[in-house]
Design a protein around this ligand. Structure first.
Ligand code: MD3
Ligand code: FE
Length: 218
C-alpha cells in the first residue's frame, strides 16, 4: 500500500539522530527508555544536595540552579571555577553517581563513537522560565579528549552551538525531553549556551528543564 506508507511517512515525527558537526551528535529521545530510573535517582541526589544558585567569579548570581553527583562536582564562587569532591553547602562529598546515570552516559558516548566513557562528574542544571546560560566553553576538565554527554529533561530549550571563537555565529538547536547530545573531538571546545526559556509545562517535570552533563573531570 504505497499511499498508506506515504501517509505514515508524512505523519511520523521525523526526529532522527543528527550530526551538528564533526564530534557533536544529537540522539533524539535516547534517554526516554531510562526516564523512570533517571528521575528516581535525581530525587535521591536533590534530597542530599539541593539545587542552589552559584556566584560567578565576577560576583553575579547564575540564573541556572545547580547541583552535582559523582566523585567530583563543578563549583563556582568568588575564587573561581573548579571541580571539588566536597559540596560547599553540606561540607560532605557529593551524592554518588547513580548506576542508571553511568549506564546512560556510557551507552550514549559509545553510540556516538566514544567507547569506554566513565564520567566522574555529573553537573545538574535546573532552568525555569527566563533562565538562560550565556555562551561559554567547558575547559575545566583535565582531559579534553574525553567527550561530554548531555541529557535534556522537562520543558524544551533552544541550545546555542557556536564556534571556537565567542564571536562565531551560533546555530540554534531545539532540545526536548529525552534528547541526549554527545560532544567530543573537534566539538569539545566550541562555545555554547542556552537561550532564555519560554514559560512551559511538562507533565512529569512541571515548569522546569533539567539538564544532566556527564564529564570526565579528573
Ligand atoms: C558543547 N549546559 O553545564 S548542555 C554546561 O543545557 C552546559 O544545561 C547546557 O553548557 C545545558 O556547561 C548545555 C550541552 C553541552 C555541554 C557541554 C558542551 C554542550 C557542549 C561542551 C562542549 C561543546
Ligand atoms: Fe557548558
Amino acid at each position: 500500500m504505497i499511499t498508506a506508507d506515504l501517509f505514515a511517512a508524512a505523519l511520523a515525527p521525523v526526529r532522527q539522530d543528527e550530526s551538528l558537526c564533526e564530534g557533536a551528535m544529537v540522539l533524539r529521545g535516547f534517554a526516554l527508555a531510562s526516564e523512570a530510573a533517571l528521575l528516581q535517582a535525581l530525587d535521591v541526589i536533590v534530597a542530599q544536595a539541593p539545587f542552589r544558585h552559584l556566584v560567578t567569579p565576577g560576583g553575579f548570581r547564575m540564573s541556572v540552579a545547580m547541583t552535582n553527583a559523582g566523585p567530583l562536582g563543578w563549583v563556582s564562587d568568588r575564587r573561581g571555577y573548579r571541580y571539588d569532591p566536597i559540596d560547599p553547602d553540606s561540607g560532605k562529598p557529593w551524592p554518588s553517581m547513580p548506576a542508571a546515570f553511568l549506564r546512560l552516559a556510557a551507552e550514549a558516548a559509545a553510540y556516538a563513537g566514544f567507547a569506554g566513557f566513565v564520567p566522574d562528574a555529573c553537573l545538574i542544571n535546573r532552568y525555569e522560565a527566563g533562565t538562560r546560560l550565556s555562551l561559554h566553553q567547558d575547559r575545566d576538565e583535565h582531559d579534553l579528549g574525553q567527550p561530554i554527554v548531555s541529557v535534556s529533561l522537562g520543558i524544551p530549550a533552544v541550545f546555542l552551538f557556536g564556534g571556537l571563537q565567542r564571536s562565531d555565529r551560533a546555530q540554534r538547536v531545539p532540545l526536548a525531553h529525552g534528547d541526549v547530545v554527545v560532544w567530543g573531538g573537534p566539538a569539545r571546545l566550541r562555545y555554547h549556551g542556552v537561550l532564555p526559556l519560554k514559560p512551559n509545562h511538562h507533565d512529569v517535570l512541571g515548569d522546569c528543564r533539567i539538564n544532566l552533563t556527564f564529564r570526565r573531570a579528573s
